[in-house]
Design a binder for this molecule. Sequence first.
Ligand SMILES: [Zn+2]
Ligand SMILES: [Zn+2]
Length: 257
Amino acid sequence: MQLIAEFALFWTIAYVAGVTIMFVVGLVILQINKRHPERKIQKREPTHSARKDILSSLRQIAVTATCLSVGLFAQWKGWTIAPVELSWWSFPVFFAISVVLHDAWFYFGHRLLHTKALYRFHKPHHMTITPTVWSNDAGSSVDTLFAHSYYALVLFVIPIPALSLIAHRLFDQISAIIGHSGYEYFANSTSRAPWPMICTTYHDQHHSEFVYNYANYFSWWDRICGTIHPHYDHIIKGWEENDARPHMPKAKEPISS
Ligand SMILES: [Zn+2]
Ligand SMILES: [Zn+2]
């Protein structure tokens, strides 16, 4: 009985944190987007309901919270392999290891979800062709389990300190909300070849064109496996050139002589 109560506490913290982050980050980004219509990636407007996405997300965040709390609870109980002691070096090193591992987990799981046999589980997420900040978690529970069962399992094989895994999940959720926001603020020379970093356009292209850009944090798996969007690097260069160009002053701004 005590075991259940302890686990329920882990789960509740993970769920409340996930929902709070979704709303806070989502609302902040929406405000920024309103002020920058020129950063919109797709010309078309989102056609699906934000309410539907939010309701679906509230269910899927419960699945994610279960995955994360299973992993952390098992480690806290000593049922996993012992984590490396938390220190100034172990925190960032295991954070980085976890991000790189999860990127591979996500890429290959995502490729499986695009096969004929499994696509029906992933289809609800792809009903969104023009994603918004509320689209990130919206989808089916099988889809969420493919992406986030990593958090339940990884601590059994890799000695990641709990805080590094929590920081990774925080990074995962916030970067994915930004990745679905539909507005580009992070296009620069490091988010295209030869660098492996990505920006918002990356996952946006996955929603608008379906068969490219399956990865989550880095472009290397898509580049190695030949699934990167053929114009991705070129489009990012376009954003950079546009940002480097001196912009005409707006009508209300005084023109300095
Ligand atoms: Zn997909
Ligand atoms: Zn998506």
